[in-house]
Ligand binder design. Structure first.
Ligand SMILES: [Cu+2]
Length: 322
């Protein structure tokens, strides 16, 4: 028994470098692709993106587990599994892990015929009236809020009733198998108290200036993760929508949100590339100091990565700019 355990550990240790090597697919990045804002993309680009996002729900799962069958469900599942217990939030790996995750999603869209790049929702530009943003367009967007009156889900989840994703039927709610229709539960605004809808005040220019004013990574990432990032999740997901629980990649808007988080980080890095591109510091949830050699687990959805290869969007395993 003991021998078996040691053997397993040894195999795991041996397997790590080659897996990571495969993950890196290191190539020189000579012509980085430009990631666009959804609001600025053409109708053709939007249609193509939406069709590929829908196609993921027709592709087989890569995970070989019996509870679900599609590549679409893999994303919500992986994110939930890596959050309970916590391995990807509240620690320095938050930014590079989600950067890699968005890239894995972009690659999956390519397997569904999409030829463009990941796109972002510039919520910092839309903070005062987030519900009016182009991303919620019922034809060339992700549809709108969930509805109290829509049946099919039960009372705990507000089904999205319009837009191209209204028939999405995610398998997971948090880590539990709980098939339901895609749900959203936008946080209402309180104009009398100066509170914007969807908790927009938490990603206002004032807040973004504060976040961006930090000059060291271990102050910058928690500021970005806690307020703007968390508020957008809670503002869209509320208590009864998919962006709330840890299976949040169920909602396709997750990837436009996280591309925006990635863009804020990228812009921060660009302000002082020499010092910030590989700036990576802080304490991990296991109490150890974070290092550039830390692993980015993908649980079989894609090869595990190494933080170092996901710090520079213009080198390592990546090749894009914003
Ligand atoms: Cu996350």
């Amino acid at each position: 028994m003991k021998f078996l355990h040691l053997a397993t550990l040894a195999t795991a240790a041996l397997a790590l470098p080659s897996d990571s090597l495969a993950a890196r697919q290191k190539k020189t990045c000579t012509s980085p692709k430009l990631r666009k804002s959804w609001a600025k993309a053409t109708a053709t680009e939007k249609r193509s993106y939406i069709n590929a996002a829908l196609c993921l729900a027709t592709k087989p799962s890569r995970l070989h587990i019996s509870t679900h069958r599609t590549l679409y469900d893999d994303f919500g599942y992986i994110h939930a599994q890596l959050t309970e217990p916590q391995r990807i939030h509240g620690e320095p790996v938050f930014l590079p892990w989600h950067r890699y995750f968005v890239q894995v999603y972009e690659d999956a869209l390519h397997s569904c015929g999409y030829t463009g790049t990941a796109m972002y929702w510039d919520w910092a530009a839309d903070w005062a009236a987030p519900s009016k943003a182009a991303v919620w367009d019922p034809v060339l967007g992700f549809g709108g809020n969930g509805s109290d009156s829509a049946d099919g889900n039960g009372p705990g989840k507000l089904r999205v009733v319009n837009g191209p994703f209204r028939s999405l039927h995610p398998t997971y709610w948090n880590t539990a198998v709980d098939p339901h229709w895609l749900s959203r539960d936008w946080a209402p605004g309180h104009p009398e108290g100066g509170q914007a809808e969807m908790i927009g005040n938490a990603y206002s220019p004032t807040v973004m200036d504060e976040v961006n004013s930090w000059t060291v990574y271990d102050k910058f990432w928690p500021a970005l993760e806690t307020s703007p990032h968390g508020a957008v999740h809670a503002g869209i997901g509320g208590g009864r929508g998919d962006m709330g629980p840890v299976s949040s990649p169920n909602d396709p808007i997750f990837f436009l949100h996280h591309a925006m988080v990635d863009r804020v980080w990228w812009q921060w890095q660009q302000k002082d590339p020499q010092n910030r591109t590989f700036a990576y510091k802080g304490v991990r949830n296991d109490g150890q100091n974070a290092t550039l050699n830390d692993v980015l687990p993908m649980l079989g959805l894609a090869p595990d990565g190494i933080v170092r290869d996901y710090m520079d969007t213009n080198g390592g395993a990546l090749c894009y700019i914003y």
